[in-house]
Design a protein around this ligand. Structure first.
Ligand code: SF4
Length: 153
């Protein structure tokens, strides 16, 4: 979500993700944490190659949950809601660019794209605004050789 620029697995996935982005940008809804596929996955679930229920996806979600829990200083769980405020998104993007919440990105097929987006200062993101660059902070790519998980943008 932090690096969504309108690219994804299929045109249906992107169209659905655009609708989710519009809802969040309109400030109509919070982000609800769920177990398993979420609203973003909807555009892919009808595809024969949908990977949303794979074990690797579950591991990636769990890794992301732990990373963000550490950042926010609270244990996040399914059912919890987060407000996608500009401050919240800016905090998340700064942590993302610093590599602090990228453990789940290891082995992800979108890793290079997300590296580039973070390095660009999140140019072109479709959810929220680009954060102000901080002096001395350089985006760190995820390690090339790390344990493998799998999940979506
Ligand atoms: S898990 Fe993949 S798509 Fe999601 S932010 Fe990390 S590299 Fe990007």
């Amino acid at each position: 979500m932090l690096t969504y620029v309108g690219k994804g697995y299929t045109s249906g996935f992107v169209e659905n993700y655009d609708r989710v982005a519009d809802r969040l940008n309109a400030g109509e809804e919070d982000i609800e944490l769920v177990d398993g596929p979420d609203d973003i996955c909807e555009g892919l679930l009808c595809e024969s190659h949908a990977h949303c229920f794979n074990e690797g996806v579950v591991k990636r979600d769990e890794t992301a949950r732990v990373s963000v829990s550490v950042l926010l200083g609270e244990t996040l769980a399914a059912g919890q809601r987060l407000q996608a405020t500009p401050d919240f998104l800016a905090k998340m993007r700064l942590a993302f660019a610093a590599g602090d919440i990228r453990q789940a990105c290891r082995g992800c097929q979108w890793n290079r794209l997300c590296d580039r987006i973070a390095a660009s200062g999140f140019a072109g993101v479709k959810i929220g605004e680009q954060p102000e660059p901080q002096a001395g902070l350089r985006p760190r790519p995820t390690p090339a050789h790390a344990s493998r998980f799998s999940r979506q943008p």
